[in-house]
Design a protein around this ligand. Structure first.
Ligand code: FAD
Length: 400
């Protein structure tokens, strides 16, 4: 701080917005990797307090030893650290049910830009003691301080329930399927995959079997937890919506079904660098968003194929555009991304759901945020970090 060197906090470096990459020459990268201690698990209060460098999987394993779980699932959990999860306000597959970082983190310890230590680490959910600066650090991507520890919610461990992979005709049907299954209880994950995504997976080395082929327009991966009802019984309320489906009959088959979801990103990257859009819209608007975004993309970027994938429960759509022909690098009109972001906002949602802003989306944040919000955030940044030392160019890049 005294030397006024720019600082870039780094966690597991799995972030998808480039937030951990230094932009300013002479920046000091501060890795939290070796600060990975587990400070306390309170099995009675069902909370854990950990160092920021503890990975999601380390935390979950430690909770598991006490019959508890950290109910947060992302594909990068082996490397992503709690400090990174807090700082990106990450979400993941079960956020619709258990909440994302903002809901699961109940206390934060951080070093502020002037060296002051802020701490709200405590194992209580209720604390009405004025504004909570810790909450501001959630999603700040290292621009307001360095998170050094967190207290998080744990839940009771649940038995994994049945896993199904079904085909549906439309996005509307996929959303209706979610509602019907959720009402039945025990639903834990509900992931929408497109025909285009399945086609990208086909023929990929190491790809899992695609049990329903590639002829259906939409597929949904469904998993339950903590229920003793069998899969057929659980699917019954949505029977009329399902065109075809399989139920995993073994752990191997369950893993294979999940690999379809987990390898989707890699399958898209085979054809070249995808243009990613990480939007969230109200669940009731997913179908309208998907139809309109697909239309816009087809008209304005015919060389790019929409390959969307969505966490249905929280309306988080990863509307990725992938070069139609592998190896080609078609020109991309960035105004198209702006149109997709605008559409998400018109649908009542947001242009950035769970990956964060980083540097690349700072202009979009500035463009789409109400001016009053931008002004208030810039004032907070100025108050806490007057010399702009913390992760310069990220999030506030165009605000400060
Ligand atoms: C295969 C894969 C799947 C993914 N799936 C999901 C998903 O489902 N949902 C989701 O939300 N994300 C997902 N991600 C994105 C990523 O894993 C998350 O954003 C994660 O929270 C980043 O954590 P990290 O420790 O790797 O942080 P990093 O990438 O190291 O850093 C991310 C940002 O946080 C800041 N930061 C990191 N640690 C600290 C700290 N201690 N204090 C202050 N600032 C800090 C960095 O400066 C940077 O701005 C996925 C990524 C991959 C590669």
């Amino acid at each position: 701080v005294a030397a006024r060197l720019p600082m870039v906090p780094q966690g597991g470096r799995t972030g998808l917005a480039g937030g951990a990459v230094p932009l300013v020459p002479g920046s000091v990268v501060i890795s939290l990797t070796r600060m990975d201690g587990l400070r306390e698990i309170d099995a009675v209060g069902r909370t854990a307090t950990v160092d920021a460098g503890c990975t999601v999987e380390q935390l979950d394993a430690a909770a598991g030893a006490q019959g508890l779980t950290f109910p947060f699932r992302i594909g990068s959990g082996g490397s992503a650290q709690i400090g990174g999860v807090v700082s990106t306000n990450a979400g993941g597959i079960r956020a619709w049910r258990h909440g994302g970082a903002r809901q699961l983190v109940i206390g934060i310890e951080a070093v502020l830009p002037d060296g002051t230590v802020w701490s709200s680490l405590r194992g209580v959910r209720k604390a009405s003691m004025g504004p909570d600066l810790g909450q501001l650090l959630i999603g700040a991507e290292g621009t307001l301080g360095i998170v050094t520890g967190a207290t998080v919610e744990l839940r009771r461990q649940e038995e994994t329930g049945p896993t199904a992979f079904v085909a549906v005709r439309t996005v509307e049907d996929a959303v209706a399927l979610f509602s019907a299954l959720e009402a039945g209880g025990g639903l834990d994950a509900c992931e929408l995959i497109s025909q285009a995504g399945m086609s990208r997976l086909a023929g990929m080395p190491g790809a899992p079997p695609l049990p329903l082929g590639m002829d259906h327009p939409w597929y949904v991966l469904v998993e339950w937890a903590g229920t003793t009802t069998d899969g057929a019984g659980l699917l019954e309320p949505a029977e009329a919506l399902i065109v075809d489906g399989v139920m995993a009959a073994s752990e191997q088959q369950r893993n294979d079904l999940w690999r379809i979801r987990e390898m989707h990103g890699a399958a898209c990257r085979r054809a070249g660098h995808p243009r990613q859009h990480d939007v969230a819209v109200p669940r009731s608007a997913i179908a309208a968003f998907m139809a309109e975004a697909t239309n816009v993309a087809r008209q304005r970027a015919p060389a790019w194929q929409p390959v969307p994938i969505a966490h249905i429960g929280d309306g988080n759509v990863h509307f990725d555009l992938v070069p139609r022909d592998a190896g080609s690098s078609p020109a991309f009109d960035c105004e198209l991304s702006a149109s997709i972001h605008d559409l998400a906002h018109r649908c009542g949602g947001v242009f950035s759901a769970e990956h964060g802003i980083g540097a690349a989306r700072a202009n979009e944040l500035h463009r789409l945020m109400p001016p009053g919000n931008a002004q208030a955030l810039a004032a907070i940044k100025q108050a806490l970090d007057p010399h702009g030392l913390m992760n310069p160019g990220k999030v506030f890049g165009s605000l400060a």
